[in-house]
Design a binder for this molecule. Structure first.
Ligand code: NAD
Ligand code: UGA
Length: 463
């Protein structure tokens, strides 16, 4: 019997878009996305589809088409679980902030809560799908909870990690490089895998649907993120060497990327990678390696994070040293706060850490980001607990207009590569700034020669 009813626990950046695309591509399947967060669900149900809580190009259109037909958002978690044949767990798995493994291991409390809730509520057999990114062998723990606390029904666990990137989530979901499904090697496990394969086969070519055992699938997700982040840290390490030697990191990236064994993607030097996953997943990998006594493996991957912290920190230090070793009382404008373009997500954004360093130097920061609210910026800074919320409030202002944000600034720092920044009237911005007018381009977004022609003292990354 094919799947006709799916429930997804967690209506976040993964659960929302993923389920919207499944519903869109599988009109015969009823998809219900549930979350404990009432405000989030209310926003997914907002009659004005532009108010959904996740900004992704193309997402509101897909939600508008499927919502109310076969796509539903609800806070009735128990009901949705019991009704579904297949349950995706897509809740957050942040880095632990307490106890053993603090600052490294994944905090699995939300996963365990889901497993216990599914066990308590389910009155028919279920396929439970790990969509969240999890430490290798988590499926074993989930199975244990389900089998020992359930109502005697049968559970099959699958691992189906998500590889979408924010900002291109819809594109990635509609045409994924691959879909990965791990499951049990026994007959029941293989039947469960087949059912999930059938769901994706509605739009993904079969040769791109990969099936493996559970542990390979869980570990592949952490490995993919570690390899991607490693490329960014590698090119960022070279960017520092470029700045000392007269080489240009854009030229180096192009030259090495044309080697088909290396490839051109993910070689953009930057102010450092952000986002909710790279750091947490690598730390998780490091923790797993350490827990198996593999110290060299742990150290190797940890260096990717150390390099990234260094890159963020040296960007802030460069601003201070270029501005005559003091930014105290100086207005510095940030263009961009999101961790990359085309998303409203700010988790682990480099902007937060650069701002924190500059606030320690008593700078006054003005921020313009097309999709991030003032409230979010304040909350990101307050979360660090470096200073009192009132002090953050005084030292940072959020602007609705980029020209207003840049007026009377000593320096502009570009933290996110939003396309619109390229089309600004940079002469107008220059005229309204204090002189000398500095631009620190943390994304190598702007044309260096044109900026210098206008009169800016312009510095990119790695040149
Ligand atoms: P998120 O924080 O945006 O969403 C998680 C949601 O789960 C929240 O809305 C939260 O309220 C809800 N939740 C937590 N516990 C719950 C419970 N017991 N019952 C109901 N709802 C509950 O997180 P996200 O960015 O969507 O990430 C989810 C998982 O997917 C993580 O493991 C992450 O590593 C992984 N992932 C994320 C991305 C990405 O680009 N963000 C990509 C691939 C994989
Ligand atoms: C990343 C992966 O790309 C996804 O495949 C994965 O599913 C996801 O993590 C996850 O597990 O959460 P995401 O973090 O959304 O996706 O975005 P990326 O495009 O990977 O960018 C991450 C960070 O690296 C951003 O801050 C980006 O600006 C930075 N980056 C990326 C660079 O600095 N240079 C590059 O060349 C590429």
């Amino acid at each position: 019997m094919s799947i006709t009813s799916i429930c997804c626990i967690g209506a976040g950046y993964v659960g929302g878009p993923t389920m919207a695309v499944i519903a869109h591509k599988c009109p015969h399947i009823k998809v219900t996305v549930v979350d404990l967060n009432e405000e989030r669900i209310a926003r997914w149900n907002d009659p004005n589809v532009e108010n959904i809580p996740v900004y992704e190009p193309g997402l509101s259109e897909i939600v508008a088409q499927a919502r109310g037909k076969n796509l539903f958002f609800s806070t009735q978690v128990d009901e949705a679980i019991d009704e579904a044949q297949m349950i995706f767990i897509s809740v957050n798995t942040p880095t632990k902030t307490y106890g053993a493994g603090k600052g490294m291991a994944a905090d699995l409390k939300y996963i365990e809560l889901c497993a216990r809730q599914i066990a308590r509520v389910a009155t028919t057999d279920k396929i439970v799908v790990e969509k969240s990114t999890l430490p290798v062998r988590t499926a074993e723990a989930i199975k244990n909870i389900l089998d020992n606390t359930g109502n005697g029904v049968q559970f099959q666990i699958l691992s189906n990690p998500e590889f979408l990137a924010e900002g291109t989530a819809v594109e990635d979901l509609l045409a994924p490089d691959r879909v990965l499904i791990g499951g049990g090697t026994d007959e029941a496990g293989q039947i469960a895998i087949k059912k999930l394969v059938e769901v994706y086969a509605n739009w993904v070519p079969s040769h791109q649907i990969l099936t493996t055992n559970l542990w390979s699938s869980e570990l592949s997700k952490l490995t993919a993120n570690a390899f991607l982040a490693q490329r960014v840290s590698s090119i960022n390490a070279i960017s520092e060497l470029c700045e000392k030697t007269g080489a240009n990191v854009n030229e180096v990236a192009k030259a090495i990327g044309m080697d088909s064994r290396i490839g051109p993607k993910f070689l953009k030097a930057s102010v450092g990678f952000g986002g909710s996953c790279f750091q947490k997943d690598i730390l998780n990998l490091v923790y797993i390696a350490k827990s198996f006594g593999l110290q060299e493996v742990a150290d190797y991957w940890e260096q990717v994070i150390i390099m990234n912290d260094h890159q963020k920190n040296r960007f802030a230090r460069k601003i201070v040293s270029t501005l005559y070793n003091t930014v105290s009382g100086k207005k510095i404008t940030f263009l961009g706060w999101a961790f990359k373009k085309d998303t409203n997500d700010t988790r682990e954004s480099a902007a937060i850490y650069v701002a924190d360093d500059l606030l320690n130097e008593q700078a006054q920061i003005a921020v313009y980001d097309p999709k991030v609210s003032a409230r979010q910026i304040q909350s990101d800074l307050n979360y660090l607990e470096t200073r009192l919320p009132e002090e953050n409030d005084k030292a940072i202002e959020s602007c609705n207009d980029p020209y207003e944000a840049c007026k009377n600034a000593h320096a502009i720092a570009i933290l996110t590569e939003w396309d619109e920044f390229k089309s600004y009237d940079w002469q107008r911005i220059y005229d309204a700034m204090l002189k000398p007018a500095f631009v620190f381009d943390g994304r190598n977004l702007l044309d260096a020669d044109k900026m210098k022609e206008i009169g800016f003292l312009y510095q990119g990354i790695g040149s």
